[in-house]
Ligand binder design. Structure first.
Ligand code: AMP
Length: 338
């Protein structure tokens, strides 16, 4: 098994990786890093959250940046604010020991655009953005993408299912021809194949990682057969057996998540809901409480839970089956992290 150093990652990064307990490259890192460091063509990685894909594209991006050029040289698109902030945070950690600083800025909807415009006026080498906000910034001429050499589409399937097709078309047309595109996606739905055919090289390198090996390794899967009207009783019995351990319950709809949150708080469970109808401020508040362990149980819809990366979760309940079967692995992967 190769080390990060053998994959071509330089010493300053290895030290930061060590500090974050990132010692042994994951499958996607083994396959992507040497290619992305060396070869100037497009890349398609079928991998999901939990496989280490952020470092798989993030480290080669950081290697490609020239710190002396102080405008964005790489652009990472992410479906949600939460995921975008996590990516920026990981990259920031990786840069800790660089002799010359590389600056990563994240911009996203649901926050003040004037502050982001101001932040982008400072030296910025890598931008992490949600598609809607990026288009807004481009229309206001508040961001200069003329030096961008690499665009990453992270969780590309999610960006499409959240309705960002037009924004992706606009951004990709705007930067066409001058750059490499690296795409990461857990699934390959039809509309994503159209993006690939329309904007990426037919010679793009394709890599697929076996998600079950990577993310479900340390998870026990169990199921209960019952009538739908026995479901909440079953859930309460399960929660009782778990005592104080923390976990995540997935519902299919916003209304379902809200209703279950009410039922749980009625019986005095320390729980709250996270769903797409909530204001960004409320979502942040709930996430903070969950991360700080002030909240024991989080009830979430699939989309709202994207990018949620909380360590120390002991269980995940699929209270409703996921809309798409791929979401099952994604949901389950929220437990047994690290
Ligand atoms: P990601 O799939 O990029 O969201 O990464 C999931 C988590 O795994 C993050 O908290 C990373 O810091 C961590 N991670 C990434 N690569 C490795 C590795 N090679 N060994 C251990 N942890 C890792």
């Amino acid at each position: 098994m190769k080390t990060f150093s053998e994959l071509g990652i330089s010493e300053a990064y290895i030290k930061a990786l060590d500090e974050n307990n990132i010692i042994k490259p994951t499958e996607i890192q083994l396959k992507a890093i040497p290619f992305l460091l060396e070869v100037g063509t497009d890349f398609i990685g079928q991998a999901q959250t939990g496989t280490g894909k952020t470092a798989a594209f993030g480290l080669p991006i950081l290697h490609s940046v020239n710190p002396d050029i102080i405008i964005p040289q790489a652009l990472i698109l992410s479906p949600t604010r939460e995921l975008g902030q996590q990516i920026a945070k990981q990259l920031f950690k990786f840069t800790k020991y660089l002799p010359k600083k590389i600056f990563v800025e994240s911009v996203y909807g649901g926050a003040r655009i004037d502050e982001q415009i101001y932040a982008l006026k400072r030296p910025t080498h890598v931008v992490v953005a949600t598609p809607g906000r990026l288009v807004d910034l481009l229309e206001r001429k508040a961001i200069n993408l003329s030096a961008v050499k690499i665009i990453v589409l992270d969780e590309a399937d999610e960006m499409l299912s959240m309705g960002f097709k037009n924004e992706l078309d606009a951004i990709l047309s705007y930067t066409r021809g001058k750059r490499q595109t690296w795409l990461f996606s857990a699934t390959m739905p039809k509309d994503l194949k159209e993006i690939i055919a329309g904007y990426m090289s037919p010679n793009a390198m394709r890599v697929q990682v076996n998600e079950n090996d990577v993310i479900n390794r340390d998870i026990d899967h169990k199921y209960v057969v019952c009538h739908s009207d026995e479901k909440s009783d079953m859930l309460f019995r399960f929660l009782e057996s778990q005592q104080d351990s923390r976990g995540l319950i997935f519902c299919r709809t916003k209304a379902g998540a809200q209703k279950l949150a009410q039922e749980l708080s009625y019986v005095q469970y320390n729980s709250d809901a996270l769903h797409g109808d909530m204001m960004q401020k409320e979502r942040d508040k709930v996430m903070r409480a969950f991360k700080n362990k002030k909240l024991q149980i989080l009830i979430a819809t699939d989309l709202a839970a994207r990018g949620v990366d909380v360590k120390g979760l002991e269980w995940v309940v699929h209270y409703n089956l996921p809309e798409k079967s791929e979401y099952y692995a994604h949901r389950s992967g929220r437990t047994a992290r690290a």
